[in-house]
Design a protein around this ligand. Structure first.
Ligand code: NAD
Ligand code: DAU
Length: 354
């Protein structure tokens, strides 16, 4: 008798969103075996999964999606029923400094997983799902109005978004050409616990706490649509189980903020939490050279997901932001651990001449 009803491979499960997804699935589906496949780059951290690491339906495998033979072997030994693919190089600034890693991991890595699924599922495709987690950045940059819908033409403008767009195209090509049962979602900016402090929110929380300058790119007028990470993984759960094969779903919070307004809000919350006089943290704001090719605005229309699957965000932004700041302040050890060693070198290279 099979011990578990399904065995699901989650790639990138030691990262920010992946660790929240693993936590949700391991707890919610004791009848599923969740195999977290991650090669633990600078962004992968098993400390993100301390609370689930001893669960009987969880297993971690250190493997690199860029290595075709490793992926073929894993499919052969675990007989996966599904894949939820999150492993990626995910930071736009790093893709500007070093595009090739993005091309290998995001494009070649995705192709390797598609090939392994195609080969191992060819005799029994029934009930299998290859779920590819993607980003709204594939659609490019919006002007002051309008929203990204699932039919919006792709127009990626950074090496990161171009590599994600390329992987999305490959996933769709395997659906049309080989009938591989795929699903794709494209989500807006996530925030929450366990995010690596190279991204805006945890970086600025860390700098405010340590009285370091807050490097705002350009004039801070760029707009992002923020979604609580737990709401993203709730959406992935819905789409994985009830979304249509071959379809794409946009996920977003209808929650647009200019960077500068968001940063000022964070500063005022942090002043209160750290017992500083109002306005103290705002003085750390430093305008620096803009990001090359900086997309002006992202905004997602998630009505397809809301209408077809009934998903809506569960947390108001102000509440989510407070919770997120509390988490980083209460988990200073986590922040200090990930900002030691190589992080310092990255930070100097990224910000020294800005
Ligand atoms: P992250 O950088 O925090 O985590 C990426 C994970 O992938 C890490 O654990 C890393 O070790 C692993 N990984 C990288 N290269 C690998 C390789 N070659 N083999 C195996 N594992 C590898 O990323 P994140 O922010 O959690 O994003 C996860 C996914 O969601 C990505 O595909 C990203 O494009 C997408 N996404 C992110 C956001 C966001 O706001 N962060 C929004 C929409 C979509
Ligand atoms: O939209 C989804 C995407 O959101 C994901 O696909 C990416 O993986 C994720 O990294 C994120 O991309 P962004 O580039 O939007 O996120 P980031 O946190 O790097 O930056 C958010 C905004 O803040 C952006 O306009 C750039 C600006 N910024 C960022 C940093 C790190 C600054 O002004 N200063 C900074 O130091």
């Amino acid at each position: 008798m099979k011990e578990f009803d399904k065995t699901i491979m989650v790639t990138g499960g030691a990262g920010f969103i992946g660790s929240h997804l693993v936590r949700l699935f391991v707890n919610k589906y004791p009848n599923y075996k969740i195999v977290n496949v991650d090669n633990l780059t600078y962004a992968g951290n098993l400390a993100n999964l301390k609370d689930v690491e001893d669960m009987p339906n969880y297993e971690f495998v250190k493997a690199d999606i860029v290595k075709d033979d490793e992926m073929q072997q894993l499919f052969g030994s675990f007989k996966f029923d599904g894949v939820i693919h999150l492993a990626a190089e995910s930071h736009v600034d790093r893709s500007i400094a070093s595009p090739n890693e993005f091309i290998y991991t995001n494009i070649v890595g995705t192709a390797n997983l598609l090939n392994a699924a195609k080969f191992h599922w060819k005799d029994e495709p029934e009930g299998k799902i290859f779920y590819h987690v993607s980003t709204d950045e594939v659609y490019g940059s919006l002007g002051e109005t309008g929203f990204f819908v699932e039919e919006t033409s792709y127009d990626p403008r950074s090496p990161y978004s171009a590599s994600k767009a390329s992987s999305d195209h490959l996933v769709r090509a395997y659906f049309h050409t080989f009938n591989l049962p795929v699903k794709i979602s494209n989500c807006s900016n996530n925030y929450g616990s366990y995010q690596f402090p190279e991204k805006l929110l945890p970086l600025f929380i860390h700098n405010i706490k340590n009285n370091k300058p807050l490097p705002v790119y350009g004039k801070g007028e760029n707009i992002r649509d923020w979604l609580w990470v737990v709401d993203h993984v709730r959406a992935i759960d819905e789409i994985y189980h009830r979304g249509k094969v071959g379809e794409t779903y946009n996920i977003g919070g209808h929650n647009e903020w200019t960077n500068i307004d968001l940063i000022k809000l964070m500063c005022s919350i942090m002043d209160r939490k750290l017992g500083r006089d109002t306005g103290t943290s705002e003085k750390l704001i430093t305008y620096v050279k803009d990001r090359a090719g900086h997309d002006l605005r992202y905004a997602i229309d998630s009505s397809k997901l809301q209408n077809e699957l009934g998903w809506t965000p569960s947390v108001q932004f102000e509440e989510g932001l407070e919770k997120t700041i509390d988490w980083y302040l209460e988990n200073i050890d986590w922040l200090e651990n990930v900002t030691s060693g190589d992080y310092k070198k990255y930070y100097e290279e990224q910000y020294v001449d800005r």
